[in-house]
Structures are given as structure tokens and as C-alpha cells.
Design a protein around this ligand. Structure first.
Ligand code: PLP
Length: 492
């Protein structure tokens, strides 16, 4: 029996894993989801697996038998060949809870967890499908996806990648990381507008009839490296199991104990992968999603209404500055009894900017997900408080996890042990982090040096010498020109 993927909006013929990876998004504009039951894993059998073994085992459950060996090889290349340190996801005790560090990869952000594997999934899928056309990867980024995708896909045979970032919606470090990207097959383009504009424009490109035709004529096809691609979600299931097993190995919990996960969220791919893990048998009590001042997810989890008719804020946690949280569509799909409603909700979102899920769906969602948000000042306070109390240095996004968890615990009295997933190195946002500790405003590169001096936390390899990297990409375009720009690249 083939493991098949269908669209949340039900207008896509079933695809196998390889087709789903390569296509990236449903033909009907919906997101691809497994159309089979999640495989329940035996926890004991996972306890002593290393990250590569665990990843192979978990990811293989999403792929037909004939691909398992290829998946193993891909996981070895992504997680076992030196891109990550030996300890792929360190789990650190901070206060009475834990931080799962997802930022040890080549770009110092959690996006590396999936984007170091996705290019391998893409090439193995192209081979399995005997696809000879070239694939052009399009990615919209709020900062971290772009760099991680560029690193993952640079010089990968048979692929080209174009990253679109909001010209003034990413941090200085994020921008410098991207515009200095090397590789023969990469391009980085700034667009006017915010991340939602970039993401919407890229989604439009995928649905553009004109681009479909031009691609066809030029033997190229388009695919996505954003978390709308199910190939981004599946690799993220692994670190939920891994951090759980690490707590068991460390004697912090007993096998079978339930724990909570607190997840700084934007497009909601990270948190949703945790829910996949839970459905595969991981003992999870609650997921707690954290937001910044763009608190649309918090409101949704508290009311069942997703209302995008609100102001967009640029904050000190820019990777979470978002109004259209794509992966929520997948959660709503899984939680809805009547799947046909998903397409209707998304239609309402498109026309009125708002939808509300039915009561039964909302009740199911609320029983497993809690949410909270922090203002920018509260983010800074959380960094300072955590550092003063525990000596652990948080970045601005992870600080949201820390602060939201504290508020949740105080309000609910839930004292379940919790892993906060850390989504970035503090050195990706050094100005804010240094300011939080000292009230001193510094220029970005000075902030890196001073932060290291002050905290003795070493600058990650991914960011050493970043100041001196040559700028290779300077193009800026209007968001209206995105389709024309892609068309031009397709015909070259
Ligand atoms: C992408 C990102 C997030 C949000 O993750 P989602 O999967 O989109 O919810 C949070 N923090 C950082 C640093 C990120 O790069």
C-alpha cells in the first residue's frame, strides 16, 4: 500500500512521498498532508538511537519501503557528516525546565534542522521519479529560512534556488548571511513589503498559469523550500523524540512520562511537527505556542477565530513577525471532522481576512494546544531574567518561549516538565540581546564582540567573521514584479 499525500483542500490527486516533496504544494493551493495513519513507534526501541538512526527510523515511516535505504543515506549526509556537531540537539537544564537547542546547524537557526535534509530528499525524489528537468526552488523568508535553504541547496546538482526576503523585515545578521551567499545556483532578492507580502507573492507564483507554462517550455519546474513543503515538516518530528529520549537517558524523566513542549511559533511548522510526534506515540501533555506582538496565533488558540485584519508589527523577534501562519491550515485539517470545511475557511480568509473553526474542532484544538504572547519589552525582560537567574543566554525568539511558559505555568498551575525549543543562537540577534542585558545600544558587529566578552558564550562557527563576508546579491524589486522576475530566470 502506497503512502499517499493529499491536499488540505481536497483538490489534488493523491501523490506518493517523492511527488509530494518535489511538488511542494497542492495544485489547488492547499498544503500536502499524509493520507495515512501516523505509525505508532515503540518508545523503548528508540531510547539508544543516535540522531541519524532516529531520523532514519522516523522519517522512513512517511515513505514507502523502497525508499528507506535512500532516507538513511540522506539522514547520514544531513546530520552525521559534520554539518552539525556530534550532539545534534543538546538538551540543557535551565531552571526547572529544559531548552532543546535547535540552532547547532550550519546557519545557527532551527531552520537547519529540516533544510539540511530537504535538498537530499529533493534529489532522491527526483531520482526515484526519473525526473530529468531542473528544479527551481523558490523560498520566501522572514530571515532564517532563506539562509538555511541557500546553504542546503547551494551547488546541489539539478537545482536552482531563489530566495525572496522583505527588504527591511529581516535582522542585520540575517541579511548579511543571505546577501553574502556563495554558490553557482543561488540568487537572493530583496522585495518591498513585509514577510507576508513575500510569502503571498511566492504562493501566487506557484499558482500562476503563466509560470507553469513558461516552466514547462523551459524544462524547469518550481518547488518550495518553505514549510508549506511537507519535506520541511517531517524532519522536524525527529527532535521531539530525540529531546524526550535525552531526558530519559539523563534520568530527568521515566520512559512514558508526559512532558510539555513550548514552541516559539510563526508559520507553525515547528509546533505542528510536535503534534505529528505525539500522534506517533510520543507522550506529550500540552503544546504551548509562543508569539510576539503579532499575536494572531495566541488569539486563535484562545477563541477559535483566525482574524488577520490587524496591524502588522516589526519586532525584535522578526522570524515570528507574521499574520498568515501557513501550517495552521494543516492543523485545522487534521482536527476537523468535516474536511471540506478547510477549503471554505481558507476562502473566507482570502476574501474577508478571517475565519472561525466550528466548536467541536476548536474544542479538540484547545485540549492539546495552549498559547501566549510577549511584548517587545517582555522579550527583553525574559532574556535578562533568564540570564541573571540561570546564566543561560536566550535569543529573542527563545525568550518568548521562556516568558510564555512562565506565564502559562503561573496561570494554569501545570507543573509538567517542559522542553522549550530554542530556535536561534543569541548571536543572530545580538543588538537586542546585548541591549536586554546592559541597556546599551550597539551596532550589530560591535554587539557580537561585546556580547561574547560579557557572557563568555562563544560565537557559533556559522557567524564567525560574518562582518567581512563580501556582499554578492544586491537586487531589490517591488513585490508586484516577483512573477516577471521569476519568468525571466526561467527563460535564461
Ligand atoms: C522560523 C522561526 C520561528 C518560527 O517557526 P515556525 O515553524 O515558522 O513556527 C521561530 N524562531 C526562529 C528563530 C525562526 O527562524
Amino acid at each position: 500500500m502506497e503512502k499517499q499525500y493529499i491536499s488540505t483542500r481536497q483538490g489534488q490527486k493523491p501523490l506518493n512521498f517523492y511527488e509530494a516533496i518535489v511538488q511542494g504544494i497542492g495544485d489547488d493551493g492547499g498544503l500536502l498532508v499524509p493520507d495515512f495513519d501516523f505509525e505508532k513507534l515503540n518508545l523503548e526501541s528508540l531510547l539508544n538511537l543516535n540522531y541519524v538512526e532516529l531520523a532514519s527510523k522516523i522519517i522512513s515511516t512517511f515513505v514507502d519501503e523502497d525508499g528507506h535505504q535512500l532516507i538513511r543515506e540522506a539522514c547520514q549526509k544531513a546530520y552525521g557528516d559534520g554539518l552539525f556537531p556530534q550532539e545534534v540537539v543538546p538538551v540543557v537544564k535551565v531552571g526547572k525546565d529544559y531548552i532543546g537547542e535547535l540552532f547547532q546547524g550550519p546557519t545557527a537557526a532551527f531552520k537547519d534542522m529540516a533544510l539540511s535534509l530537504l535538498p537530499h530528499l529533493m534529489t532522491l525524489s527526483l531520482k526515484q521519479l526519473k525526473e530529468t528537468r531542473e528544479v527551481m526552488i523558490l523560498a520566501a523568508t522572514s530571515g532564517d529560512t532563506g539562509k538555511a535553504a541557500l546553504e542546503g541547496f547551494k551547488d546541489v546538482e539539478g537545482t536552482k534556488i531563489i530566495v525572496f526576503y522583505p527588504s527591511d523585515g529581516v535582522s542585520n545578521i540575517q541579511k548579511q548571511q543571505m546577501v553574502s551567499q556563495t554558490g553557482k545556483n543561488v540568487e537572493v532578492i530583496g522585495i518591498t513589503g513585509n514577510f507576508d507580502d513575500a510569502q503571498t507573492a511566492v504562493k501566487q507564483a506557484f499558482n500562476s498559469q503563466e509560470l507553469k507554462e513558461v516552466s514547462l517550455q523551459n524544462d524547469v519546474f518550481l518547488s518550495s523550500a518553505n514549510s508549506i513543503n511537507v519535506g520541511r515538516l517531517i524532519p522536524q518530528v525527529v527532535y521531539y523524540f530525540y529531546s524526550y529520549m535525552q531526558l530519559v537517558r539523563d534520568g530527568e524523566i521515566a520512559m512514558g512520562d508526559k512532558i510539555n513542549f513550548c514552541v516559539p511559533s510563526g508559520n507553525f511548522g515547528n509546533c505542528l511537527a510536535g503534534w505529528f510526534a505525539k500522534n506517533m506515540g510520543l507522550p506529550v501533555n500540552q503544546f504551548i505556542a509562543g508569539s510576539n506582538k503579532n499575536n494572531i496565533l495566541t488569539d486563535f488558540f484562545n477563541t477559535g477565530e483566525y482574524d488577520a485584519n490587524r496591524e502588522f508589527y516589526k519586532t525584535n523577534a522578526p522570524a515570528m513577525d507574521i499574520l498568515v501562519s501557513s501550517n495552521l491550515e494543516r492543523l485545522v485539517y487534521f482536527m476537523s471532522e468535516d474536511k471540506a470545511k478547510v477549503g471554505q475557511y481558507m476562502e473566507e480568509l482570502k476574501t474577508n481576512g478571517v475565519y472561525k473553526v466550528d466548536a467541536a474542532t476548536f474544542a479538540r484544538i484547545q485540549s492539546e494546544f495552549k498559547a501566549g504572547c510577549l511584548s517587545e519589552q517582555e522579550v527583553l525582560d525574559a532574556i535578562k531574567e533568564c540570564y541573571d537567574k540561570t546564566g543561560y543566554l536566550l535569543d529573542t525568539h527563545t525568550a518568548i518561549g521562556y516568558g510564555v511558559l512562565k506565564n502559562y505555568q503561573e496561570k494554569s498551575g501545570d507543573d509538567t516538565k517542559t522542553v522549550i525549543l530554542s530556535t536561534a543562537s543569541p548571536y543572530k540577534f545580538p543588538e537586542s540581546v546585548y541591549y536586554a542585558l546592559t541597556n546599551e545600544d550597539l551596532d550589530v558587529y560591535e554587539a557580537i564582540d561585546k556580547l561574547e566578552e560579557y557572557t563568555k558564550v562563544p560565537v557559533p562557527k556559522a557567524l564567525q567573521g560574518i562582518k567581512d563576508r563580501e556582499v554578492l546579491h544586491t537586487l531589490q524589486i517591488n513585490k508586484e514584479d516577483i512573477i516577471a522576475t521569476i519568468k525571466d530566470r526561467l527563460t535564461k
